[in-house]
Write a protein that binds this ligand. Structure first.
Ligand SMILES: *Cc1c(COP(=O)(O)O)cnc(C)c1O
Length: 389
């Protein structure tokens, strides 16, 4: 049985990507590498919606890109504001604290978004906080913040905005320039259809002024040295070359599909997932209107153990979904279905079918096709794609 990986990263690898990674190794200071670096940088620029920012390619997990942002922008003793609605917002706060920043956490209940009014109040109450950190898509709760609106609030208050777009970029609309975002981060193993190992940081003009002033120690993650090398098509130290081959192929696939089509596919599959889980008796965690296009989190019915459900789905039906992360009282009661990257309508049908079977096996409800019946009309919207480019 081929197992189906439906967790919110790492995501499944298309055959084309796997083949791209089996290319022979190249000199990471040679012309072949520079061509790959340039093509990937241009692709990231397009996906992020920026012409003004510098795209830096970092060899690390997404967390490394987050740490690089703190190390390059914040000095010990600086006050920062971190909006947190789940595990990854908390991580940004923890990294800032580790670098000696004074952290004001704007925390909201899990499943709830950061709202503009609350952010505006927090900014007003902390006039000394020059940098704001926000999560675009909170992977632990399946929630997407309305980042364009939040960015306007930050801009109106004259602060710098860093956005963790690790599980949103390439799967949902992101407009770094039009939305006035100063720094945007992502990672290869989410929507980019690649293995872990490469992260991106796009750094806008205002952010570079902060880099000049920041006194935090940094070496591996020094953005200025990354920029200097990137201008020549290289990285300061040996990068994860094979993962970069994968990212190059993943970006080519995104271009062939057309970004707008890829975004629509993710939205459609997310809506179908939500409808299916709801029909199966689960309760969606994220507030309506903020539900993520890349990951759906839902509370399992009373009497069902998350681990028993996940185990059955995997052992009997070959479908791997994620459990919760962080805060025990919520995380122990939720499952998370990842539907980002190389995923199509049929993949989701398999998830819902396996869920319904497993719930019957756990004596919760008969497998009478209710989840698929709820999802089917939404998935059927699949034909409404627009021509690429
Ligand atoms: C996955 C993820 C991260 C962390 O990325 P790693 O590659 O695991 O370090 C950070 N933020 C968000 C929103 C994520 O989804």
């Amino acid at each position: 049985m081929t197992e189906q990986l439906r967790i919110p990263g790492p995501t499944p690898l298309p055959d084309r990507v796997v083949r791209a990674m089996s290319r022979p190794m190249v000199d990471h200071r040679g012309g072949e590498f520079a061509a790959v670096h340039r093509e990937v940088s241009a692709g990231v620029r397009e996906v992020f919606g920026t012409e003004t920012a510098d795209v830096l390619i970092v060899t690390s997990s997404g967390t490394g890109a987050m740490e690089s942002a703190v190390a390059n922008l914040v000095s010990p003793g600086d006050r920062v504001i971190v909006g947190t609605c789940g595990v990854f917002g908390d991580r940004f706060a923890d990294i800032n604290a580790a670098y000696g920043a004074e952290v004001t956490r704007l925390s909201v209940d899990w499943g709830q978004p950061i709202e503009e009014a609350v952010l505006a109040e927090t900014l007003a109450a902390n006039p000394d906080a020059k940098v704001v950190f926000l999560t675009h898509n909170e992977t632990s709760t399946g929630l997407t913040n309305h980042i364009a609106k939040l960015a306007r609030v930050v801009r109106d208050a004259g602060r710098l905005l860093v956005v963790d777009a690790i599980s949103s970029a390439s799967s949902m609309d992101l407009q770094m320039d039009a939305w006035d975002l100063d720094v945007v981060l992502s990672g290869s193993q989410k929507g980019w259809m690649s293995p872990p190992g490469i992260a991106f940081a796009a750094v806008g003009p205002r952010a570079w002024e902060f880099v000049e002033r920041s006194r935090s120690p940094r070496f591996y993650f020094d953005w200025k040295s990354h920029r200097t090398w990137a201008e020549k098509g290289f990285t300061p130290s040996t990068p994860a070359v094979s993962t970069l081959f994968a990212v190059q192929e993943g970006i080519r696939m995104l271009r062939e599909e057309g970004l707008a089509n890829a975004f629509a596919r993710h939205r459609r599959i997310a809506d179908a997932t939500a409808a299916g889980l709801f029909a199966a008796g689960l309760t969606l965690l994220a507030r309506e209107g903020y539900r993520s296009a890349t990951v759906t989190a839902a509370v399992v019915p009373d009497g069902i153990e998350v681990e028993a459900l996940r185990k059955l789905m995997r052992s009997r039906h070959g479908v791997i979904i994620a459990g919760g992360r962080g805060q025990a009282k919520i995380s122990e009661r939720i499952v998370r279905v990842g539907h980002l990257g190389a995923i199509d309508e049929g993949d989701l049908v398999q998830v819902l079918w396996a869920l319904e079977q497993a719930l019957e096996e756990l004596d919760h409800a008969p497998a009478d096709g209710r989840t698929l019946a709820a999802a089917q009309p939404i998935l059927a919207g699949a034909s409404e794609t627009v021509a690429a480019h």
